[in-house]
Design a protein. Sequence first.
Length: 440
Amino acid sequence: MSKYHIITYGCQMNEHDSENIAGMLEALGYIYEEDPYRADLVIMNTCSVRENADKRFFGVLGQFKKLKKNNPDFMLCVCGCMPQQPRIVEEINKRFSWVDIVFGTQNIAKLPELLELRKKTGKKQRAIVDNNPDITEDEMHPVRMHHHKALVNITFGCNNFCTYCIVPYTRGREKSRMMSEIVCEIERLVADGVREVMLLGQNVDSYKDVQGNSFADLIKAVNEIKGLDRIRFMTSHPKDISDEMIECFGSCEKLCKNIHLPVQSGSDQVLKRMNRHYDSETYLAIVDKLRSVCPDITISTDVIVGFPGESEEDFEKTLEIARKVRYDSAFTFIYSPREGTPAAKFEDQIPDDICHERFNRLVELMDGISLEKNIKYKDEIVDVLTDGVSKTSDNTYSGRTDGFKLVNFTSDKSEDEIIGQIVRVKIDETKTFSLEGHEV
Ligand code: SAH
Ligand code: SF4
Ligand code: F3S
């Protein structure tokens, strides 16, 4: 029997694509192999969002060359966001021509056919499609990473063209799945043991299906599904978030009290050049609304530092908005020019040393706020959906609160008993990125 291994980079969308790929391979009789170097087929599902993602990929790819030499039957397949860029496919063909199969984000379902063609004809397969209007999710049978929680695509692609971002080029135009199909899928998942779903879209707030259902309609419909405990979603865009959606935090009891609301910058000038279509005032008004509907909502964000033209004053506005919002957590990135995006051609790129210096200041501020926010959980009892054994120690489990706080806790229960269960945990210690406690 043939063994497969998948290496996944990037966002939850790639993670979910990998789950779908695993589903297709297992239907073909492949079995999962944990060690990539012992597999007969390795799939590299790539990300291109920042330059270091590119570099890492080519580094890892190079390491498989030897394997291919020693075992002519070994197959390597590259997919995901990188091959959606012609220059990357050219580079693969030039420097890594031994790669057996390359396909993109828009034709994942083609993998079985490509594998067969590769085996039958002996020819390398290259199949990249842009803007496939018929991406179908419904025939997919993913092998989920977790038994108790699932990733569910609600939209594909992105139409926003933030000037720094490669995603609209790698994932094509935005398409919303039918609400009825999404609800059916989640009902099936719940019947299969799923307690938490994460609804996925590059901009969930612009969800609109052909029957006119909005994202708020979708949340309300999913909230009705019996047996489901938690609903999460990712990612919100401040320009499209609606009052009706915000109200859901008050009316839908399954909707987790947590939102990831990327701000990217606190400077209106920078936001404009990023093509984000909101300003800092609008952003802060959204945060106020969220907190008035749901006072204990946790808020996380993404920030880019060193965007072209960012002055010290612009950067200080980013620090200022962070202090005003007081984020529970933040992903901070140094701007990385992406070939083919408008911002890569802007002339006022910021030198590396200034980017790093600003990055460090921002991280220090954000981490300090996260720590302060976490302190208030000391001695509290929280509900934790247990995901698995903690990375740090064997007799400790880890999971997430409703507000997405990572909790490591001790319990007398066995792994089989506790994983996928919601347990009550008393918090004994609070850290910047986690809460530590014991089951009560
Ligand atoms: N659709 C989501 C996430 C897109 S990618 C959204 O709109 O928020 C995740 C994050 O990567 C972005 O929020 C942004 O902060 C960061 N990012 C995207 N392109 C980048 C680039 N060229 N350089 C640095 N960070 C980038
Ligand atoms: Fe990229 Fe902007 Fe689309 Fe997010 S909304 S994926 S940052 S273009
Ligand atoms: Fe990366 Fe593509 Fe996701 S570029 S962040 S894997 S959409």
